[in-house]
Design a protein around this ligand. Structure first.
Ligand SMILES: C[S@@+](CC[C@H](N)C(=O)[O-])C[C@H]1O[C@@H](n2cnc3c(N)ncnc32)[C@H](O)[C@@H]1O
Length: 305
């Protein structure tokens, strides 16, 4: 397991904060159909907007004492209301995504169809790709400066990112693009999309980090990839399943592209500083060297070798 070596002043990253967040998240995931990762993000954002609660955390009281306070009561109520609100939105997104996958599947069977609109709408249905849509040109122009002409790519926690990847443009050198995610709806969208591409280039796999690399290496017959994307992934895993970072540290690729968000899901809170700190520590532990960095409006990327 990785040790938390962040500065003590970063109160929302301490073990105590994690305990408090977990206490609210555990109740929320029982009550609402939401995954712990999304819920924890919302709880954290709610806490950030409550200076009184942050000051309470700084006192370092035990969880049981914190739970008796008015500030805890307020924060957990607000977080739960926020989760409920976002959940309704999320279900709308999922329903939209499922019907788009169906449309894509139907039109992929008809000859010469134009899928651009469906693919754009699908990319809109996942928050990470939605945020990236407005700066795609800069994103890939900068990215390819550092990764050159890779043949093999491993997209770890891919979400729907492969939908946007320029397979016929700057990424034309890619012959195998393996997209890994634990989220089944993302993987089934990618499976349909992969049929529209040439020669089995895109291979989506339903996979959880905890399964490790061997299963990926065996199924793809690739021991080491030219490049790996860990886009908006490390901070998420750090917050929710810190122990899995040890597996990500062994990502079998020569070059890694790591990224983080610059603003939170709601756009109220600047989170770049915190995400950078998490990613920089991860890089330090990996022993790799930074070869470049760039930012778009919503995302910062660090490339290491
Ligand atoms: C913030 S999204 C980023 C998606 C994509 N990389 C992008 O930037 O567009 C994080 C993704 O990581 C995936 N993920 C989180 N924990 C994971 C795990 N333990 N195993 C596999 N995938 C995971 C989620 O399902 C989600 O699709």
């Amino acid at each position: 397991m990785m040790k938390n070596t962040f500065k003590d002043d970063f109160i929302l990253e301490t073990g105590l904060a994690a305990e408090v967040i977990a206490s609210i998240v555990d109740k929320a995931v029982k009550k609402y159909k939401i995954d712990a990762e999304t819920a924890a993000g919302m709880v954290m954002e709610t806490m950030e907007k409550h200076p009184k609660f942050i000051r309470l955390l700084e006192k370092g009281l035990p969880l049981k004492e914190i739970q008796k306070t008015r500030a805890y009561y307020d924060v957990s109520n607000k977080a739960r209301r926020r989760i409920y609100y976002e959940l309704r939105q999320y279900h709308k997104d999922i329903a939209a995504r499922e019907s788009l996958i169906e449309n894509l599947s139907v039109s992929s069977r008809s000859f010469g169809g134009d899928y651009t609109e469906i693919i754009n709408a699908l990319a809109q249905s996942h928050v990470s790709t939605r945020e990236r849509l407005s700066s795609l040109d800069i994103f890939y122009r900068e990215l390819f400066k550092y990764i050159g002409l890779p043949n093999t790519i491993l997209d770890v926690g891919s979400g729907l990112h492969p939908l946007l990847f320029p397979f016929t443009g700057a990424g034309h050198s890619v012959v195998q693009y393996i997209a890994l995610d634990k989220d089944k709806t993302s993987i089934s969208a990618l499976e349909v999309f992969s049929k529209l591409l040439d020669k089995n280039i895109l291979q989506p796999m339903n996979w959880n980090i905890k399964e490790g690399w061997r299963v990926v290496q065996e199924r793809t017959a690739i021991r080491r990839f030219d490049a790996a994307f860990l886009l908006k992934l490390v901070p998420v895993v750090y917050r929710i399943q810190r122990g899995l970072l040890d597996i990500l540290l062994e990502t079998p690729a020569q070059t890694w592209v790591l990224s983080g968000s610059r603003t939170s899901m709601t756009k109220y809170v600047e989170i770049e500083k915190r995400e950078r700190r998490i990613i920089k520590q991860f890089i330090q532990q990996s022993g790799k060297q930074i070869i470049g960095e760039f930012s778009t409006e919503d995302e910062f990327c660090i490339i290491v070798k």
